[in-house]
Each structure stands twice: as structure tokens, then as C-alpha cells.
Design a protein around this ligand. Structure first.
Ligand SMILES: Cc1cc2nc3c(=O)[nH]c(=O)nc-3n(C[C@H](O)[C@H](O)[C@H](O)COP(=O)(O)OP(=O)(O)OC[C@H]3O[C@@H](n4cnc5c(N)ncnc54)[C@H](O)[C@@H]3O)c2cc1C
Length: 323
């Protein structure tokens, strides 16, 4: 629909409200806004319509083995070259934890274009079609038994020079702008609200409302979710007004994922022995997936920058604590 930020957030909130599955939308929430800010007119005309039509499905190629939290140490290399077909980059290296790469058609990625510059200053931002010869995608099975992310290998992959976003060696600036869009979506209270609903359903079916210890923990979690929802609304309002998110948005990601994790823990504990079994289980005549929120929240504390890294950001950029 090509919505402005305020309506895009409202649209995602409505989908979540009705429990609709979220399509792989990294093109819409990340690549599109980034191209509008940093792409050339030619890139906008080439990529934006295909993002909106769903023809292009994007995945994010940042992390590498040994380059996760310390992302700027990444080593996937792109070397400039030129031949009769035009200027291009030759890419070699490996990405990992690339969510849904097996279903995507394109990858946006950070590559090293200058090995001698300071870490952040030798990185460029490239767009690449996953059908390009030399790319191998190998799905990884998660703890939950699902194939959700992949290893992506690049072996002499030719990427046209016009797929460079921003200036050569200027990819870090583009990547940081794009993270801003990601942060608000990572702070959504919906996962916690959903898990809390599961907990309420379990409490009803197992008559846990009469257990004062359970009720004390459940009530505290309800209040935590209310706090999270209020904090999310405040940050979402900043985005809706078209303003950049402050560094303090890191607290939203921490609060969202850790509240979700606390609920997941109580859900698994309250299912007694079935809390140790993966998948849907019948409990007192009702179906529960006791471990799903615990698995989901454990990875939520890692992806999008781990909670330890978010705490470092708060310490340095918000609280001004010494390094
Ligand atoms: C479900 C899931 C989906 C993901 N999807 C994608 C994706 O689509 N694209 C992509 O590029 N990446 C993706 N990632 C990767 C994710 O961004 C990284 O896992 C994350 O940044 C951490 O990097 P790492 O795994 O290398 O851990 P490391 O950086 O090796 O960290 C290991 C541990 O050390 C801690 N640590 C590291 N440095 C510090 C420090 N300076 N101070 C304090 N503690 C520190 C970390 O917090 C962590 O607990 C995904 C990850 C998950 C779990």
C-alpha cells in the first residue's frame, strides 16, 4: 500500500491484534524505508514496486561467524571489478543466522570493501538477488525443530555496481539508519500479550486462580505487560511523528523480550511435566504449546542486537556511565 510510517505501524498493530501471521516483511519495514532515504532514484524505481507487490522478498545479511555483536569486524569481502558487461563487485564469504533466507529472493548485506581502513569505514551496503550464481543457502534447524534461519555462502558472486546503496565504504551509516526502523518493531508488546493470553487460558483450565503463588506471579506479569504497552506507545508515537528514535529505545527491546521470557518461563512451569515437551500438547482437554513462548523469547533476547549490547548502549549513550 506504500503507507507512511504512522499508518504502517497501525497496519502491523491491526494484523497482530487479529492474530494474523506476519508475512516476511523485511522489504517493507526495512529495505523500502532505507532506499527512500539513501537509495538513488534508479534504485527506488527498480526495487520499491517489487517490494510492494511482494515479488521481492528480502532477508538481512549482516551477521557472520565471529561477527555478531562486533558486527563491524565482518569479513565477507567485495572487490570492485569491471568487464565488457560493466562495473560490478565480486563477493566472497559467509553470512549466518539469515532469517528466512530459504524463502527470500533477495538479500541486503554488509560487505568489506576496504581491508585497510578503520573497521566501520571499510564497509559497504549491497543489494543482491539470491538467484545469482555462486550463492549457496543452507537452512539451520533451531532448538524448536524448525528451519527458520540459514547459512548463506558467497563464492565469487557477481553483484552489479548499481546495487551499491550509499557511497562506497559508507555502508555503516546506511546500516545504522536501517536499524532504527528495526528497533520499534522489536519492542512490540504483542508477543508478550499473546503469551499472557495463553497463561490466562492455562490458569482457567487448570484452576490455578486459586493458587496464591501463581496468582502473585501472574498479576506481576500483567502489570509488566501494561508497562511495556505504555512504553511501546510512547516510542511508536515518536516514529509516527516522523522523528528519529532516541538511544533509549534499547530499553524497549530489553523490556519486551525479557517480559516475554518471564511469561514463557511461568507457562512452561505451570504445565508441570508437559512443560518439558516441545510441540502442541493436550492438557486438561485443551491444546497448549508450553515451550513456544520460552523458545521464542530466548531468541528474542539475542536477535536485533543482544540484550547485553542494548544494556551497553543504555549505559554509554543514555546514562553516560564510564566505559
Ligand atoms: C532467531 C534469530 C534470528 C536472527 N536473524 C538474523 C538475520 O536475519 N540477519 C542477521 O544478519 N543476523 C541475524 N541474527 C543474528 C543476531 O543478530 C546475532 O546472533 C546477534 O547479533 C549476536 O551475535 P552472535 O550470535 O555472534 O553472538 P556473540 O556476539 O558472539 O555474543 C555471544 C554472547 O556474548 C555477549 N557479548 C558479546 N559482546 C559483548 C559486549 N561487548 N558486552 C557484553 N556482552 C557481550 C552477547 O550478548 C552474547 O550473550 C539472528 C539471530 C537469532 C537468534
Amino acid at each position: 500500500m506504500g503507507l507512511p510510517p504512522a499508518l504502517l505501524i497501525a497496519w502491523i498493530e491491526e494484523l497482530e491484534q487479529f492474530g494474523a501471521a506476519r508475512a516476511p516483511d523485511q522489504g517493507i519495514v526495512m529495505v523500502g524505508p532505507m532506499l527512500i532515504q539513501h537509495g538513488t532514484v534508479e534504485q527506488q524505481q527498480r526495487f520499491l514496486p517489487k517490494i510492494l507487490s511482494g515479488e521481492h522478498v528480502w532477508c538481512q545479511g549482516y551477521s557472520e561467524p565471529n561477527s555478531g555483536s562486533d558486527l563491524a569486524s565482518l569479513r565477507t569481502e567485495a572487490v570492485q571489478a569491471s568487464d565488457e558487461k560493466g562495473a560490478h563487485f565480486i563477493v566472497n564469504g559467509q553470512k549466518i543466522w539469515t532469517t528466512l533466507a530459504q524463502d527470500a529472493t533477495c538479500i541486503f548485506m554488509l560487505v568489506r570493501t576496504d581491508k585497510h581502513a578503520k573497521k566501520q569505514e571499510g564497509i559497504s551496503f549491497l543489494l543482491c538477488e539470491l538467484s545469482t550464481p555462486g550463492i549457496t543457502i543452507r537452512p539451520i534447524t533451531t532448538l524448536a525443530g524448525e528451519q527458520e534461519f540459514c547459512e548463506v555462502f558467497f563464492d565469487n558472486v557477481r553483484v552489479p555496481a548499481e546495487n551499491l546503496v550509499g557511497r562506497l565504504h559508507g555502508g555503516w551509516t546506511v546500516a545504522k539508519a536501517l536499524l532504527g526502523f528495526e528497533r520499534i518493531f522489536l519492542g512490540s508488546p504483542k508477543q508478550s500479550q499473546y503469551a499472557l493470553g495463553q497463561l490466562a487460558r492455562l490458569a482457567k483450565s487448570r484452576h490455578l486462580e486459586t493458587d496464591p503463588i501463581f496468582m502473585q506471579r501472574y498479576t506481576a506479569l500483567r502489570l509488566d505487560v501494561a508497562d511495556l504497552t505504555a512504553a511501546y506507545t510512547a516510542f511508536a508515537d515518536i516514529v509516527k511523528q516522523g522523528n528519529p528514535l532516541p538511544a533509549s529505545v534499547s530499553l524497549l527491546k530489553i523490556w519486551a523480550s525479557e517480559t516475554y521470557h518471564r511469561i514463557g518461563t511461568l507457562l512452561a512451569e505451570s504445565c508441570n511435566e508437559l512443560g518439558a515437551v516441545a510441540g502442541d500438547q493436550l492438557l486438561d482437554g485443551q491444546s497448549f504449546n508450553a515451550l513456544a513462548p520460552l523458545f521464542g523469547s530466548t531468541s528474542a533476547m539475542i536477535y536485533g542486537g543482544t540484550n547485553e549490547i542494548q544494556r551497553n548502549i543504555l549505559a554509554r549513550q543514555v546514562l553516560d556511565l564510564p566505559a
